[in-house]
Design a protein around this ligand. Sequence first.
Ligand code: NI
Length: 137
Amino acid sequence: MPLIRFGVSIEKDLLLKFDCFIKGKKYTNRSEAFRDLIRQELVQEQWQGKEEVVGAITLIYNHHKRELVNKLMDIQHDFGGVIISSQHIHLDHNNCLEIIAVKGSPKEAQKLADTLKSVKGVKHGTLSMSTTGKEIE
Ligand code: NI
């Protein structure tokens, strides 16, 4: 895609804050920071729609709670259509990290993440909302 330059009018204070923000985020120029903000908004919008999205669910839990492990497994089998891969990492004697890659309906992916996170005994759960990359430059 060709790059198009355009002018943006912005309050001085707001621009100063933006520059301070992007410096903290390690951006080397405003343009890339600006593009990323736009992409972030577009990806968020995709998650509100019906088009296919991609994401990653992370879970932290204690594997000694056998019922919990079985429950998490049952849920994942129920949502097999949206799960494309999963990885289990034994963090220490007690704790496990599970990373579940999802691709498909935003609603289903969100529902899976919510269902897993709400299981009693899951210490922490996140859903990282990303994109297939097809609709975004
Ligand atoms: Ni483990």
